[in-house]
Design a protein. Structure first.
Ligand SMILES: NC(=O)c1ccc[n+]([C@@H]2O[C@H](COP(=O)([O-])OP(=O)(O)OC[C@H]3O[C@@H](n4cnc5c(N)ncnc54)[C@H](OP(=O)(O)O)[C@@H]3O)[C@@H](O)[C@H]2O)c1
Length: 298
């Protein structure tokens, strides 16, 4: 294989300049970091979320060519309305990032995991609506967003879809997560794979990312200075990784740029864990990987 005719220049391999990207949940957290990375590097970015003021503040903060679409991805009808508006802005999408997500916590969380009465109570308090809403946003939404985006993606010469799942979909995070969240994120991993299997005739690549712990509105509390700080469990969970800390915004954005760019053209049906080695620790507990005692979660 000759390398002389190939370009190994960063700007040829990883450029997203001139592309058009849609990021659901682009107004905050991981979606905001991803949107900032695309916009900073010359992409047109369409950000979608329910809170108009949040979207507009993000567009102002990150600058570049950012279009805000207020919408709700939790139903097919909502997605259809969003994609109708997208059609007024562009006829091509190069990348769709399905980042919008929710996590509905236990109604009365407890760390008394060995107490049968406490555990039964916690589990029995989960409602139909908790399952339905979580699945609507974390599973159905990426399915409908992707299917409605297909006509736009087919006009691109490097179309791809990225689904933001979670390490919670790979393993049991007893102390941190609810059943509804973990199960929905496991479904999102498989959804990504099934979409890759269906969309290859259109040359659309579908890949998945499973983030570890990043401080966002979902996982952290805002202090008076506006900074997001992880709580006790979140802090411990972040420490329970080989890197021993939470993720930074750029560490989420970089793998997304890779999957979306020419450099990612050979990647399809990949599930990337972007977690500082958290999954390694989560699955490795039985084969001797041992971290300092204070990192063990109650
Ligand atoms: N932070 C982490 O440690 C972590 C770890 C693993 C996976 N994740 C995943 O990363 C993704 C982003 O989460 P995040 O941590 O960045 O939290 P976040 O800041 O709360 O972001 C969630 C985003 O989804 C949007 N959203 C929620 N429901 C929506 C709906 N029905 N329609 C349209 N938009 C909706 C929210 O905007 P509106 O409220 O304005 O609609 C918000 O911008 C989620 O899928 C989450 O599960 C996060």
């Amino acid at each position: 294989m000759s390398v002389s005719a190939s370009s190994f220049r960063i700007e040829d391999m990883f450029s997203v300049a001139g592309t058009t990207v849609l990021v659901t949940g682009g107004g905050s957290g991981l979606g905001k970091s991803i949107s900032a990375a695309f916009a900073t590097n010359g992409a047109k970015v369409i950000i979608v979320g329910r809170r108009k003021a949040v979207l507009e503040a993000t567009a102002k903060e990150i600058g570049g060519d950012v279009v805000c679409i207020q919408g709700d991805v939790s139903s097919k009808q909502g997605v259809e309305a969003i994609m109708k508006e997208v059609g007024e802005v562009t006829c091509t999408l190069d990348t769709l990032v399905n980042c919008a997500g929710i996590s509905i916590p236990w109604k009365n969380p407890s760390d008394a995991h060995e107490d049968p009465d406490v555990v039964s109570k916690m589990m029995s308090e989960v409602d139909d609506a908790d399952w339905t809403m979580t699945n609507n946003i974390n599973v159905n939404a990426p399915y409908f967003m992707t299917t409605f985006a297909v006509p736009f993606l087919r006009k691109s010469d490097n179309p791809s879809v990225i689904i933001i799942s979670s390490v919670a979909g790979l393993a049991n995070q007893r102390a941190n997560g609810s059943f509804t969240y973990g199960v929905s994120k496991a479904a999102a991993v498989h959804l990504s794979s099934m979409l890759a299997g269906r969309l290859h005739p259109m040359k659309i690549r579908v890949n998945c990312i499973c983030p570890g712990l990043f401080p966002t509105e979902m996982t952290a509390q805002k202090g008076q200075d506006g900074e997001l700080t992880l709580g006790r469990m979140g802090t411990k969970a972040a420490m329970r990784s080989t890197i021993g800390r939470p993720g930074k915004p750029q560490e989420m954005a970089a793998p997304v740029l890779l999957l979306a760019s020419k450099g990612g053209h050979y990647l399809n049906d990949v599930c990337l864990n972007v977690d500082g080695g958290r999954w390694l620790v989560m699955k490795g507990i039985y084969d001797g990987i041992h971290l300092p005692e204070e990192t063990y979660i109650d």
